[in-house]
Unconditional design. Structure first.
Length: 382
């Protein structure tokens, strides 16, 4: 199912538009018209349905996912700018997608689909998007929705790698190459979509991860939800199976060797994961004196767990953290791994004489630190 829109000025009739014909253009529901050799389009008032006015290919409308938010949120602003852009996924220019502009307040300030051949265009499949705002230079991010929403063609949401600096009453994507004062040369901004969300794990072997898009767990990474066992001062990790579809904006703990890992973006249904104590910062969380906020880190003895964050620290946007009840006595929450597939677990069989770190890593030559031996904590001091 594909919906493509032509600019209002790209009409079948060659005669100039009168005021009445412009009115008809906006009000006529259907009027057959051949625009190209390949497709038939009809004149339609699509705005009442999906926020588009123009020529619609003679198929069903693409459901515009973010229209309600756009209708409400862009009206917060009184100034706009125009952006001419293309969308590229891999090596393919997309001709059927929804482009959503999102500002620093997470408001939807632009919403458009590519046009097959805009007026005087030298390139195909360009979206002419009005982006609303008021702050010069404000960073605008772009989410792109692909798919028709069927089981065979599910909706997939990607984030563009590029951002756009808002230019009040400006135009980006056209150039005045001959210096005659008119923007007449097409040079659309290209928005590249990454089909993966990238997670990075340091030498700790653990990290927190909050995907921007709906993603599936790859085989080479262990992913956990977290429960707080406040009575024992620990964070309990619950494993999720490979292939589980994770919700965007949700926090998880991940484990693997040091490196970067690709989580494939998917349109499959988000899987139920049960309770999860991890919260994700929106970038405005400033830790106060009475807050008991914990972030993943490493103590001086090499133990990995959740450490209490000092007052006055701003938790970065997208960072996952734990919050304990007021007055908690713990400054550190050790990780208790309930992964049943882990061969060496902190709660290993008591008949096992091996040394395990608090993260369940078995070692033959323990150095200075705290270990689990036969189910009991042992401190090596030399």
């Amino acid at each position: 199912m594909r919906t493509l829109m032509l600019a209002l000025t790209m009409l079948c009739a060659a005669a100039p538009l009168s005021a009445q014909s412009i009115h008809d253009l906006y009000s006529t529901k259907e009027e057959a018209c051949t625009v190209t050799d390949s497709y038939n389009y009809r004149n339609t008032n699509g705005y009442n349905m999906y926020g588009q006015i123009g020529w619609e290919r003679e198929v069903e409308w693409r459901p515009i996912q973010y229209l309600d938010r756009y209708e409400l949120e862009h009206r917060t602003y009184s100034v706009n700018s125009f952006l001419y852009c293309q969308v590229v996924l891999g090596d393919r220019v997309l001709d059927d997608c929804e482009i959503v502009a999102i500002d620093s307040r997470n408001l939807v300030v632009g919403n458009q689909c590519p046009e097959p051949k805009p007026l005087k265009a030298t390139v195909d499949d360009v979206a002419i998007m009005a982006i609303f705002g008021e702050t010069p230079g404000e960073e605008i991010r772009f989410k792109v929705v692909v798919g028709s929403g069927t089981a065979e063609d599910p909706l997939i949401e990607y984030w563009a790698e590029e951002t756009h600096s808002f230019v009040p009453n400006g135009t980006t994507g056209l150039l005045d190459i001959d210096n005659d004062g008119r923007l007449d040369t097409w040079s659309p901004v290209v928005l590249h979509l990454n089909p993966y969300d990238i997670a990075t794990i340091s030498s700790l072997g653990y990290a927190t991860f909050s995907p921007r898009s709906r993603v599936a767990i790859p085989a080479e990474v262990d992913v956990f939800t977290v429960a707080i066992d406040e009575a024992h001062g620990r964070a309990v990790l619950h494993p999720l199976p490979t292939g589980t579809v994770l919700a965007p904006g949700t926090g998880y703990v991940i484990r693997a060797e040091e490196g970067s890992y690709s989580f494939p973006v998917t349109g499959n249904t988000i899987d139920a994961i049960g309770d999860n104590a991890l919260q994700v910062s929106d970038g405005t969380l400033l830790v106060g004196e009475s807050d008991f906020i914990y972030a993943l880190g490493e103590r001086s003895d090499g133990t990995v767990g959740f450490m209490r964050v000092n007052e006055g620290v701003l938790i970065p946007k997208g960072k996952a953290y734990l919050r304990l009840s007021a007055g908690s006595k713990f400054s550190f929450l050790g990780i208790y791994d309930e992964d049943p597939t882990t061969i060496a677990s902190p709660h290993a069989d008591k008949s096992d004489n091996a040394y395990y770190s608090l993260q369940g890593v078995k070692t033959a030559t323990p150095s200075k630190g705290l270990y689990i031996v036969k189910g009991k904590k042992v401190i090596i001091s030399h």
